[in-house]
Structure formats: C-alpha cells, structure tokens
Design a protein around this ligand. Sequence first.
Ligand SMILES: C[S@@+](CC[C@H](N)C(=O)[O-])C[C@H]1O[C@@H](n2cnc3c(N)ncnc32)[C@H](O)[C@@H]1O
Length: 196
Amino acid sequence: MTAKLPDDFYDKIKPRLHERIGRELHSARQVLDLGCGDCALVRYLADTFGRKITGVDVSGESFPDYKRIAKNSENIRCIRQDAVNLKSFYGAMDAVVIMWALHEMQHPQKVLQQAYRALRPGGEILIVEFPRDSMAQRLWNENYYNRGQIASLLRKADFKDIETKLIERRQILWARATTHAATAVHGKNTSFRTAR
Ligand SMILES: C[S@@+](CC[C@H](N)C(=O)[O-])C[C@H]1O[C@@H](n2cnc3c(N)ncnc32)[C@H](O)[C@@H]1O
C-alpha cells in the first residue's frame, strides 16, 4: 500500500539507504558504484569509511567537481563509461554497488556479468532498486524488476548466495550476492567462475 507515502519519500530515505549500504559493505576496501549519477554515494562511502570508491556512469553530466568538495578526494574516482565494459577493473573490486540504476541500463545481464568479472573471488554485489509495482512505478513508470527477476539476472551472471528482500515499506528492492570463492588449483589461486 503506497497511498500514504509522500512524493518525496525516496529523497527522504536516500541518506538512510547510503548508511545501510555503508554498513553492508563495511569490510570492502575497493568499491565500484555503477550508474553513480552525481557521485553522492561515492562521496558518502569515501568520506565516512575512507574507502577507495570508483563511480562509473555512462553520462557523467552530473559529476561534481569532486576534488574540490570531498574530504578524501584521493579515494574517489568518477569515470564516464558504460558499465557494459569494465575490463580495466577485472578482479580488482571487493564490492560492486548499483543503486537505482540497473533498470536504466540497456543490457543489465551484460552489466552483471561484467560486475562479476570486476569482483575478486568472494566479492559482493549489492543492488538497490525500485521494485516493480512500487511507488516509483506511479511516479516515473519505468521498467522495474521484481525480486525473482533480479535473482534470475544474478544467477545467470554466475553469482551465488543470492538474497533479495523488500525494505523501506516495500518501496526498495535490496539484493545481494557473492562471487565464487577462490580455491587452490595446482598451487595457484583461481576461482570457480564459468567461462562467458
Ligand atoms: C536514476 S540514476 C541513479 C543515480 C545514483 N546511483 C543514485 O542513486 O542517485 C541512474 C544512472 O544510471 C546511469 N546509467 C544508465 N545506464 C548506464 C550504463 N549502461 N552504464 C553506466 N551508467 C548508466 C545514468 O546515466 C544515471 O546517472
């Protein structure tokens, strides 16, 4: 039931979501934010946790002058790039976060496959989305996913330990999963990834 929620509901909960993302990714040192928009989450995570955060956005139009405003600008990078190609990050990231952006991406399956490759073995992906039939549907009427669809996209991208839930009065879809852990094969560290 969304009738009693104010139109600025999502603006109001945004800082709370950033905090929650920070808690979820507290042990990650290198984080990639795909579809980072104005880099607000990038800045929050860098300022609050002193972590190295890289934001990627296909547009880059709303990138701020982050060097001027961020406390930890050396920990921040915002790059104009399509998340469909993350080659330069392969194996480097402890966590990938995609907030309110997957539904806008033209090739979500490819992006998740690339996110998998950007993560180290045992790394975490966190998707924070507007769920289908949420208040966002009424406000912006975009093509949102339900929990099953997000889980299916993650599964097809080879992620494991997939968990999805609805939070914030069921107006936010929260999904997390991990890459397969490394294992020793002939003395080398490798992962169980399947070829793609
Ligand atoms: C609704 S905004 C969300 C921005 C930010 N994550 C937030 O939480 O406010 C979605 C963003 O996804 C970006 N985007 C869409 N497709 C993309 C792609 N293929 N690769 C990278 N960014 C993309 C858009 O340019 C836009 O900035």
